[in-house]
Design a protein around this ligand. Sequence first.
Ligand code: 6CS
Ligand code: FE
Length: 312
Amino acid sequence: MQNRNPAPDPYPTRSGDEVRILERQEPVIWSAKGRTAALSRREEDFYEENGFLFLEALFNEQELAGLHAEGDRLKQEHSSDGRHDVIVEPGSEEVRSIFRLHEMSAVFERLIADERLLAIAEHILDDAVYTHQSRANFKPAFKGKEFDWHSDFETWHSEDGMPRMRALSMSITLSENTPHNGPLMLIPGSHRQFVSCLGKTPEYNYAQSLKRQRFGVPDEQTLSEMAARHGIVAPTGPAGSVLIFDCNTLHGSNSNITPWPRNNLFFVYNAVSNRLEAPFCGTEPRPEFLATRERVRPIRRAEAGEREKQPA
Ligand code: 6CS
Ligand code: FE
């Protein structure tokens, strides 16, 4: 598909052999600060400066038990049916990711609309929001493989046509994240710059990139410089914690050779005003299970009553 976006691309990437570092053009927090009960002023400042925020133990044990059961159910139900939205590990049949949680499961659909999460997403993005992508990432004990360094926005911009940095991710931990079981690592402050990456995106890149990402991974020199300047952090904590991070924060994770799985849910909230256009790298759009293009539905608040009526 030719890039039919009329305006010049503010974030060119994967267009050849040139690495460029470009300044971010958008704010990190779109609303006026201090106008939400969902985050304290300190939390807002931290997020703005670092491009992430870790909220420890936001969900209680009972809620967590319900989420666990639902995650296990989906994994069991879909582990061997070869669905295109269920990704297995490179070199084995272990389930690595299950996509489209918000359409596959009423429990996860409600969770995405949970006031504690939605209020933060709407505040930071200052707009109604919809689910751009949702997935469960299972990093099984002993065998779980790594995720290479990347900015999600780099992929969503080039392969999905997301125009601006007006999206964020929330990772809800279903198992304890320890320093050892492959927790998500981030480069704080990296969200302020866009690292334009090498290479040219092949068609159907996603079939490979969801197992092991090769395009959209910054070169080693740039990563070394960014890490030297900002350091690397890996928030750890109990199951039921939430890691919120900006769409352009560089992140990745190591493999898991411990006996403890590292499972989490991953929801991407995008501003409705930031809907997808044609992919900026000129490829065919990725399928809907990876990137919502057609079924854009603003997330409606789950009423407290509604949440209680239905079993978690
Ligand atoms: O493809 C995606 O949308 C996401 N998955 C990977 C492995 N990298 C980019 C982005 O986070
Ligand atoms: Fe990512």
